[in-house]
Ligand binder design. Structure first.
Ligand SMILES: Cc1cc2nc3c(=O)[nH]c(=O)nc-3n(C[C@H](O)[C@H](O)[C@H](O)COP(=O)(O)O)c2cc1C
Ligand code: SF4
Ligand code: SF4
Length: 248
């Protein structure tokens, strides 16, 4: 079973391709995470967990989902981490997670996809994004082939800097960078409610037709990137930047 978490569509896109190529089912973690419900899932075939990279690690919200889930059936677990550039030393945390869940870690595939983290960086425009997605396809195909043959993904070879990024920098990142205070909705807001609907943490309430962020954000960028009116900003840092979302 392919199980995915995705803020702006990259990981959902990869998950659907993998599931379709393997003839396997594809399960979003969204409702479980949003409702705070521990999943009860069963798979006769290997688990394939697909998600973005947050701070050179599996997103905490997705790691929490896996940790709390009852996973029956296969003990093999593959991971596919989409990223803007690299996953650092994420493999170590994945091995630890698998050990906790009595899963056999079968490797992690680093999938470079368009950058979505517009609160800190910039997302590519549509043409560049399409080029990046098409360049990633052979990597995904090779990964699918390995899963099909029952072989592990090649081990990643993180250096000292990678370990620092996935370690101390990740912890600092969660402690100081991930916050929703700077989000605002401008007068372009048409009160459609899309931002509240797409938030995986149910962190947005509409008051008088305008979004109000509730302090439980994980910086997935879904609200700001999926607002149909381009009405959401993150302080001054997102002004005039591309919004990024990969639809099906
Ligand atoms: C909070 C946050 C942290 C991120 N950290 C990293 C990172 O450490 N390394 C990286 O290459 N990309 C990073 N990115 C980029 C995303 O991992 C990448 O664009 C991913 O494909 C988005 O997947 P999604 O569309 O399924 O949400 C980050 C994005 C966000 C929103
Ligand atoms: S998605 Fe945009 S337009 Fe719709 S309610 Fe949220 S901020 Fe307003
Ligand atoms: S508030 Fe926005 S950025 Fe934060 S978790 Fe929800 S959708 Fe993602």
């Amino acid at each position: 079973m392919v199980v995915y978490y995705s803020g702006t569509g990259n990981s959902a896109h990869c998950a659907r391709i993998i599931a379709s190529a393997l003839g396997d089912s594809c399960t979003p973690a969204f409702e479980y995470i949003r409702n705070g419900v521990a999943a009860e899932l069963s798979s006769a075939r290997p688990w394939v967990f697909v998600s973005p990279t947050y701070g050179w690690q599996l997103p905490r919200v997705f790691a929490g989902f896996i940790r709390s889930a009852a996973l029956a059936g296969s003990r093999e677990a593959y991971f596919v981490m989409t990223c803007g550039s690299e996953i650092g030393a994420a493999e170590r945390g994945l091995r630890e997670l698998c050990a906790e869940k009595s899963l056999d870690f079968r490797g992690v595939l680093e999938m470079v996809m368009p950058e979505n983290y517009i609160a800190l960086f910039s997302a590519p425009g549509p043409e560049e994004a399409a080029r990046i997605v098409s360049r990633s396809k052979p990597v995904l195909d090779a990964g699918i082939d390995l899963i099909r043959r029952g072989e592990p993904f090649p081990a990643t070879r993180p250096g000292a800097l990678d370990r620092r990024k996935s370690g101390i920098v990740n912890r600092v990142f969660y402690r100081f960078i991930i916050k929703d205070g700077p989000f605002t909705a401008t007068d372009r807001c048409i009160s459609c409610g899309k931002c509240a609907e797409v938030c995986p943490l149910g962190n947005i309430e509409l008051r008088d037709g305008r979004p109000v962020w509730q302090g439980r954000c994980t910086h997935c960028m879904a609200c700001i990137c999926r607002c149909p009116a381009g009405a959401i900003e993150y302080g001054r840092s997102t002004r005039h930047k591309n919004r990024y979302f990969l639809s099906e």
